[in-house]
Design a protein around this ligand. Structure first.
Ligand code: PHE
Length: 330
């Protein structure tokens, strides 16, 4: 028997080990042969013989198992070393891109709000009807749902059409005061020179005691933010409608191309719309079970900001993945 322990110990590949296993445990293996000898052994010695054999059987099995584990680990290590890629190697073929302009603008937006003590929250891009619509005061069959043409999955699941569901998820998880932004990708069934099916938004939400949060706070922070993003612009608030805010407003900046005198980009109005905002609707607070609080919320499209800041004419060019575009923004 001793030789078999040595053979197991000395095997150097999983295949070799398997051959040894068959030689020991197979139908025609040495254990079968040993057990067959039982018949010719004197009755009084049989029990001792069987016991010894069974002990060998289990210790050989255990040794095989341990050896196999060790060999497989070694093989894995070897494979990993053989397949390793040196990512630091220089290649004359490499073309260097850069951080995507949308992400550069996103970073700048996030930086502003972080400096104003907002925390950053995120949630999944696949949402359910409740968080994307219902809890935001957009009941089923409400005509305002048409403002956002939606990609649906089965079972009431959908690709979120805005970052506003992060408001709901945050309020259902945390207690006020809340002061957060939610950057992320959103999806709508739209495709033309100013719309792509996927784009990015930054949502903002501030909730605190009734006496603390007012429209004046909202107006201050958005004006300050827009002056940070676009030096030398005028900012105006225009009454508007969103189901989840009341009152609601859209925010315009004076056209950065014609300085407000009227041009093609601003459709001769002298103004460019850049944000939606308002005071959080009481129905939204009811949906998340908040009482005696007040809050404001806002949402903006990052691509829209990027197009204005970098004078990009066709939004779709941002998503073609052409490295020549990225090279311009290094
Ligand atoms: N969710 C709105 C949209 O996508 C934007 C918005 C957010 C408006 C928060 C008001 C308050 O159009």
């Amino acid at each position: 028997m001793e030789e078999w322990y040595k053979k197991i110990d000395g095997s150097s590949t999983v295949d070799e080990l398997e051959q040894i296993r068959i030689a020991i445990f197979g139908k025609k293996g040495i254990l079968a042969a040993e057990f067959a000898k039982m018949k010719s052994i004197a009755a009084q010695d049989r029990a001792g013989f069987a016991k010894e054999l069974n002990e060998h059987k289990s210790s050989l099995m255990e040794q095989l198992r341990a050896k196999k584990e060790q060999l497989m680990l070694m093989k894995l290590q070897e494979d990993m070393e053989a397949e390793a890629i040196d990512v630091t190697l220089f290649s004359s073929m490499s073309q260097r891109g850069g951080l995507h302009p949308v992400m550069q603008v996103m970073d700048k937006i996030v930086e502003y709000f972080v400096s104003m003590n907002f925390s950053i929250n995120t949630a999944k891009m696949i949402e359910d009807d409740f968080h994307n619509f219902e809890a935001l005061n957009l009941p089923k069959y409400h005509p305002a749902r048409d403002m956002q043409d939606t990609f649906y999955f089965k079972d009431e699941m959908l690709l979120r059409t805005h970052t506003s569901p992060v408001q709901i998820r945050t309020m259902m998880k945390e207690q006020p005061p809340i002061r957060m932004i939610a950057p992320g990708a959103v999806f709508r069934r739209d495709f033309d020179i100013t719309h792509t099916p996927m784009f990015h938004q930054v949502e903002g939400l501030v909730v605190d005691d009734e006496s603390v949060v007012s429209f004046a706070n909202l107006k201050y922070i958005l004006e300050d933010f827009l002056h940070y993003m676009f030096a030398d612009v005028e900012v105006r608030f225009r009454p508007s409608f969103f189901p989840f805010t009341e009152p609601s407003a859209e925010v315009d900046i004076s056209c950065i191309f014609c300085k407000g005198s009227g041009c093609r980009v601003c459709s001769q109005t002298g103004w460019l719309e850049v944000l939606g905002c308002g005071m959080v609707d009481q129905n939204v607070f009811d949906a998340v079970g908040y009482k005696n609080v007040s809050g404001y919320a806002f949402g903006l499209g990052v691509e829209r900001f990027a197009m204005l800041i970098h004078h990009i004419g066709d939004l779709r060019s941002l998503f073609e993945g052409d490295i020549r575009l990225l090279e311009q923004f290094r």
